[in-house]
Design a protein around this ligand. Sequence first.
Ligand code: WTA
Length: 653
Amino acid sequence: MSENIDSILHEDRQFPPSDTFVKQAEIKAADLQALYDFAEKDYEGFWEQQARDYLDWHVPFKSVLDSSNAPHFKWFKDGEINVSYNCIDRHLTLHADKTAIIFEGENGDVMEITYDVLHKAVCQFANALKANGIRKGDRVVIYMPMTAEAVVAMQACARIGAVHSVVFGGFSAESLKDRIEDAGAKMLITADGGFRGGKIVELKAAADKALASGCPTIEKVVVLMRTNHGVKMKTGRDAWWHEMIVGCDIVCEPEWVESEHPLFLLYTSGSTGKPKGIQHSSGGYLLGAATTMNWVFDIREDDVYWCTADVGWITGHSYVTYGPLAAGGTMLIYEGAPTVPDGGRFWKLIQDHKVTTFYTAPTAIRALMKLGDDIPNKYDLSSLRLLGTVGEPINPEAWMWYHKVIGQEKCPIVDTWWQTETGANMIAPVPGVVATKPGSCTRALPGIDADVVDKAGNPITQANAGGFLVIKKPWPSMLRTIWGDDKRYVDTYWGEFNNRYYVAGDSVRKDADGYFWIMGRIDDVLNVSGHRLGTMEVESALVAHERVAEAAVVGRPDEIKGEAIFAYVVLRGARPKGGVDETLTKELRAWVSEQIGPIAKPDDIRYADNLPKTRSGKIMRRLLRSIAKGEAITSDTSTLENESILEQLQGKA
Ligand code: WTA
């Protein structure tokens, strides 16, 4: 990171919540102040109180925080709990007939599931898992379309103490294989396919391909019939979901697990090597999801809450599968793309299901904004009362559009900063209290000690000076480790400042009001459409192609995706004439898509005879970034062996 991180964004507008919103908000100014004061005065006592208020414990905990093996912190370690019980069973007494999930498929099929029905479905599937040899601690990989059954599968794992690892359905067979092998999973739950973008996503075919090339630990494959388009089933290994549950009891006593028992692994990109399996706990993780449903999403009895994230990402874990159910809420799940049959689909879903709370990503907002106001204006969006965003900084233009056209100037926007690793929202406005500013995630939530520090780890007190975003105290929903790699966990998140702080990997500044403004990543991680991708991952995929000798990947700003992928490639043999070979470019894009998934496809590929390197052989990424942006070159290029490659990199020769 450079010594000084310059900030170029200046935004002074402020939007306090309306009186109407404040009046009905769960948390008012005095409540929020009381929470901050409590956490300030007695940090552990604060989290102890939340854990008792928000969760039902089978065996109450006595120990709140154990730091004896820091940074491997333990929360509520002698307590016993079951996450599925907290998400479903405890609502049955008063809310058995309340709708838990409204599902709408891309083709328009709708299904409503009450808490009672969800309970039976989860229990029955949990019993089927048990009948197939799945026990507490076993890993189960889930590779499914965005369906209610994906939530059932995750909840069923939680119910019996199995550790799920969801792999996003947009990832390729190769990525699926890597994750199954790293997790050592015994079972794979998938579907024959899913409907997305007007097409069938061939999940079963990808699963077959992954298993054919490795994954020796997989004993069983469970297949949900979603598309019914005739997939091959392997005798002895594959079973249809609907056949497997026949005869299984609809009652399944939850497996009470220690609070620290791993609930799930979720793989995410880092700056080096393979994706890392972020390991989350049971009690602490659920506490983060549950508290923020109240603090940030202000969830109420009659809300219809919709988070558009896929269960393959952390947002789909905390704010689809776990948080809304822990809060006893009603949520919408939509299977497909926002543009099927047209760009009005999201707005139609809000109208049809009377959605009150809508949580999505800036990239989706920008893409839909581009289609014009006429589309959303055709729909009745008056049910909305709260909007949210996540995944990347939102540009003020998109924020204002979201505020005016979608929120009709009456809905607060909660811009929530957090990460796969943090488990839950960390920096976000409490909507009935905090005035928002377009592009800022505002303040850290109660019990979250976030700050900006300089290279030496000292807090930066000067307003708007950029630095590292750190969390200074452990918090309940933090990751526990990287699966199978404690050292990488310590090095990646705690190494920078000698185990003093958790280092998020983002650069940030605080303005004069103490509001946080995220400025970007400080490592080699790209944020493409709100999804994290390591530049190294894309580079390794490119280099795995027989014609590629070397590759360097950087991000360049993109109007819709936030960041686009720009690849510089050195071929084995001669560089294409004039640097252009459209057939090869097409082939390489398809290749990367197959190696990782369509989200990793390079947007631009530029061929050069060599990559620019420093004397020590390091690729000059900053130079490549400037070129990708079309900026003038200011870096020192005197160390380049061959100045002429500069012209090639710039696409001029
Ligand atoms: C970025 C997603 C600005 C950030 C929940 C972070 C954001 C990374 C925001 C985590 C936000 C997430 N404003 N940037 N509101 N939310 N980010 O693990 O760089 O997929 O480190 O978790 O996304 O991405 P992840």
